[in-house]
Design a protein around this ligand. Structure first.
Ligand SMILES: [Zn+2]
Length: 300
């Protein structure tokens, strides 16, 4: 990505090196409860807690890998620590510039629709941090919190993308950021609150299916942003493929096959690798909001 000369975003909150402050209350949400309980209980209890949390409703987290809801019992088994991975200020500069490019794109796109875009904040942190949706954990990957309108990113995920997920390259990381910003766009457009309302009334299977539509739309919006990047002459050869490889790597079927040797389609919350690539690619082709209505699409 040829983004060296791009401005850096002003909407950055740098919390790197700060601890999350433990269980001091205040902004405690289901994320914190989940973290507390998962650390001390057996798997049966964990499952019950996860189901209870599902009944209570979505947590407000929406990530590239996990989040959106906390009902997936397959996601708690794969927690790793990331603190020993290398990050540099160069990485922080890069994500800040990518974030700025999403601001320019969505600002203009909203204007074209007669709307005003209120940009989100990008929080850089290490390990864990307090969010408007409970405690954020780096082990869950980057995520967006709809309650405080912030994207949370531990930069070690950048390296993890290539080492753990086999998706190397700067544009793989850029896609991840654009996906999270896509959730903010959903929040701004009211899609997110409609989703949360509907989510509460659904069975677990149907709620997961609805979550897939939310996630695929965020992939579509990431693709629409990539179309803008190309129009600005910022795309380098191989960038598009890097994003597609990343979209493939974070597909539910791929992640479950890697972790468990099989898939559990009813538990999919983000879509298969094929679906994620398809909706990113569709966004890249159309570069608009209109063609990204995953909620009305008869097939995904
Ligand atoms: Zn997501």
């Amino acid at each position: 990505m040829k983004i060296d000369d791009f401005r850096k975003s002003k909407n950055i909150e740098d919390r790197r090196g700060q601890s999350s402050g433990g269980y001091s209350g205040g902004s405690a949400g289901s994320g914190m409860l989940l973290q507390l309980l998962l650390s001390r209980t057996g798997w049966k209890t964990k499952l019950i807690i996860l189901i209870l949390l599902f009944v209570i409703g979505g947590s407000g987290f929406s990530g590239i890998l996990t989040g959106g809801n906390t009902s997936n019992p397959y996601q708690s088994a794969n927690i790793t620590t990331t603190s020993d991975l290398e990050v540099s200020d160069e990485d922080a500069d890069f994500v800040s510039k990518v974030f700025a490019s999403t601001e320019d794109y969505w600002d203009q796109t909203f204007k074209d629709e007669g709307l005003t875009y209120q940009a989100p904040t990008l929080v850089l942190y290490t390990g864990s941090t307090q969010t408007g949706c409970g405690t954020g954990q780096a082990s869950s990957g980057p995520f967006y919190c709809s309650a405080d309108k912030k994207v949370y990113l531990d930069l070690s995920f950048y390296e993890e993308l290539s080492t753990k997920y086999g998706a190397a390259g700067d544009f793989a990381m850029a896609y991840v950021i654009a996906h999270e910003v896509g959730h903010h766009v959903q929040n701004e457009l009211g899609t997110m609150s409609a989703y949360h309302k509907k989510y509460q009334s659904l069975s677990e299977k149907d709620a997961n299916a609805l979550n897939v539509r939310l996630e695929l739309q965020a992939d579509y919006y990431a693709g629409a942003w990539a179309n803008y990047v190309q129009g600005e002459g910022l795309l380098e050869e191989g960038d598009f493929e890097e994003a597609m490889t990343a979209a493939h790597a974070v597909g539910d079927d791929h992640l479950q096959k890697e972790a468990y040797g099989k898939t559990y389609p009813d538990s999919f919350t983000h879509g298969t690798s094929e679906q994620r690539k398809r909706w990113f690619n569709r966004g890249f082709e159309y570069g608009d909001i209109e063609h990204g209505d995953t909620f009305s699409a008869s097939s995904l």
